[in-house]
Design a binder for this molecule. Sequence first.
Ligand code: TYM
Length: 336
Amino acid sequence: MIDDKKVLYSGMQATGNLTLGNYLGALKNWLTLNEEYECFWGVMDLHSLTVRQVPADFRKKARNLLTLYIAAGLDPVKNCIYFQSHVPAHAELSWLLSCFTYVGELNRMTQYKEKAAKHADNVNAGLFTYPVLMAADILLYQADFVPVGKDQKQHLEITRDIAERFNNIYGDVFTIPEPYIGKEEEGAKIMSLQDPEKKMSKSDENVNGSIFLMDDRDTIVRKFKRAVTDSDAEVRYGEDKPGVSNLLTIYGSCTNKSIQEAEKEFDGVGYGDFKMAVAEAVISVLGPLQEEFARLQKEKSFIDGIIKENDEKAAYFANKTLRKVKKKLGLTEKPR
Ligand code: TYM
């Protein structure tokens, strides 16, 4: 609790270009949460280092991500938007928690297994201990709730296990975080347009599978025209129709309509027209976002000010927890 408000924590990796999946599955649903919760949103740049980055490029991407949070509508005064790497407590708690995490647990993480298979030439220890750093992120702020897409649920479960294990030994040090479940359509999993059995991902090699937040109008239309559907011609949501279902989810999410409403709207409509309508719905969301992003990118000192202020705010809360943890563990305090 901070000032009688429950705490909410989440963030995104600063790797690659954000996709429509990141936006509809996460960012869009974060916008109004600060009314009810004390919100922290990290730019998870330390996590991004598990994959090799080009330094100049990486620096730009991380700053763009922070700018994008604001362009999407997160108010940087009412929300704490900051860089993970600017608060050293994250890396420090991560080490401490790694001593309370079992190798067997980490071995069971599906994301680790997937990423290790994909980057077989660079299965680094950071990739393996990624969930421990994520646990540190969340626990440092004593978060009550963590809004994440379905793909991150397992990481939240291990965070809870680590926190409970620690609390069982040392008393109530950490708040045990719960997943934040929004309304039905929120947190939906947006799938690849080319392979609707797979999630839409920043790192997909097939760029036609993902809509990037900075894609221009023509690119968006082209990608939706090519989107995989199926051989019958019915716009209906169902497990047997993953491509069409994904398009309906995207449409509903962009227009704030339910799947049922969307199905009714496209009753009897052919796939060609349906795809164009989905593309237009996406353009009407991404167009204004891109304009605001371009405007903010030019406001260098405004963004710098936000970074400084929010880094300090984040560090204040994080250090409070870190001091408590160190004391409980019996690490010697610095003489004053
Ligand atoms: P990341 O950067 O992969 O994804 C950021 C958020 O976007 C969601 N997401 C999706 N939702 C729906 N459909 C998709 N296709 C899709 N792709 C991604 C993710 O669920 C996530 O909510 N490990 C985290 C970053 C992180 C974090 C944390 C999150 C680091 N520390 C602490 C919460 C709390 C990640 O990789 O997110």
